[in-house]
Design a protein around this ligand. Structure first.
Ligand SMILES: N=C(N)NCCCC(=O)O
Ligand SMILES: [Zn+2]
Ligand SMILES: [Zn+2]
Length: 322
């Protein structure tokens, strides 16, 4: 059962300064303080699946720190997300950094527990490897899900150094496992050099459509969101956001940056255009604070997670009102 209690909401910033006290996401209560939540924000400090710069294991806490400045009313979606639903910070899923297979199992089991309480998940990564166990868990509950994947990269490659579970391979594994609804899969923000043209052929065969970062600048966020919304329809939707979908100017703090990306404004606008979709869970991954400057990346990631939690909270409130 989801929480039926009045949402606790964030600490009041007019009484306790934002920079005081421990950093939960948006200064929300901890999950153990409220019992159950409609939306559980959880960190997954795991980056043993990266192919280049490490450091995303520190991403979740950097996003929490940057989220101190979020305010309770979201004018872009005309909603107070933390009053509409109980949103709480479930802390981190503690995973083994030395054993990727074990880490993937631990994440899936922890996600099963949280989804089993009736909560939707807003996960803060971590590298992109973590999307696979999260999708497995979501698919157990909802069946194969539609996927919107915001990323510079395809992440549908096969293996790296023979390893199946890496941050470049989660979505190929997910397609192989039949946990994605292959009639509604899209990459958004794709760009940059590939290993070969075959990467695109393979990706298309798996069922993915691609909206490149250049498409977004040519067509605009609204048109792109309309097109994605039509493709998704009312299917259960999982949104996975690799922060490197943003241009390195908007997200320098990440492990595999690629020039020519979308702006943070475009990302937020596309998400707002998806507000009517049935968003069952989401992740924001690949924030590597050691390469960040002035919290540019973690602020962008915190606002991204804020839009996603707003979408979920509004849907929870609407479903309750019916
Ligand atoms: N998922 C992220 N961020 N990057 C994947 C890049 C894989 C590669 O090195 O080719
Ligand atoms: Zn990426
Ligand atoms: Zn990725």
């Amino acid at each position: 059962m989801s929480s039926n209690e009045t949402p606790r909401g964030p600490v009041d910033s007019s009484r306790i300064p934002r920079y005081a006290g421990p950093a939960t996401f948006a200064r929300l209560p901890r999950l153990d303080e409220v019992g159950t939540a409609d939306v559980a924000v959880v960190g997954v400090p795991f980056d043993s699946g990266v192919s280049y710069r490490p450091g995303a294991r520190f991403g979740g806490n950097a996003i929490r720190e940057a989220s101190r400045l979020l305010r309770p009313y979201n004018p872009a979606q005309d909603a107070s997300p933390f009053a509409l639903a109980q949103v709480a910070d479930g802390g981190d899923i503690a995973v083994n950094p030395f054993n990727i297979n074990e880490a993937v199992e631990t994440i899936e089991a922890a996600a099963d527990d949280l989804l089993g309480t009736g909560a939707r998940l807003m996960t803060l990564g971590g590298d992109h490897t973590i999307a696979l166990p999260l999708l497995r868990s979501v698919a157990k509950k909802h069946g194969p899900v539609a996927l919107l994947h915001f990323d510079a990269h395809l992440d549908t490659w096969d293996t790296y150094f023979g390893a199946e579970y890496t941050h470049g391979t989660p979505f190929r594994r997910a397609v192989e496992e039949g946990i994605l609804d292959t009639s509604a899969l899209s990459h958004v923000g794709t760009r940059g050099p590939l290993y070969g043209k075959q990467d695109l052929t393979d990706d298309e065969k798996m069922g993915f459509g691609i909206v490149t970062s250049a498409d977004i600048s040519r067509r605009g966020a609204d048109e792109v969101a309309d097109q994605l919304r039509q493709r998704i329809g009312d299917r259960p939707l999982y949104i996975s956001i690799d922060i490197d979908c943003l241009d390195p100017a908007h997200a320098p703090g990440t492990g595999t940056p690629e020039a020519g990306g979308m702006t943070s404004r475009e990302l937020l606008e596309i998400l707002r255009g998806l507000a009517s979709c049935n968003l069952v869970s989401a992740d924001v991954v690949e924030v590597a604070p050691a390469y960040d400057h002035a919290e540019i990346t973690s602020v962008a990631a915190s606002h991204t997670a804020y839009e996603l939690t707003t979408i979920m909270s509004r849907q929870i409130a609407e479903a309750r009102a019916k």
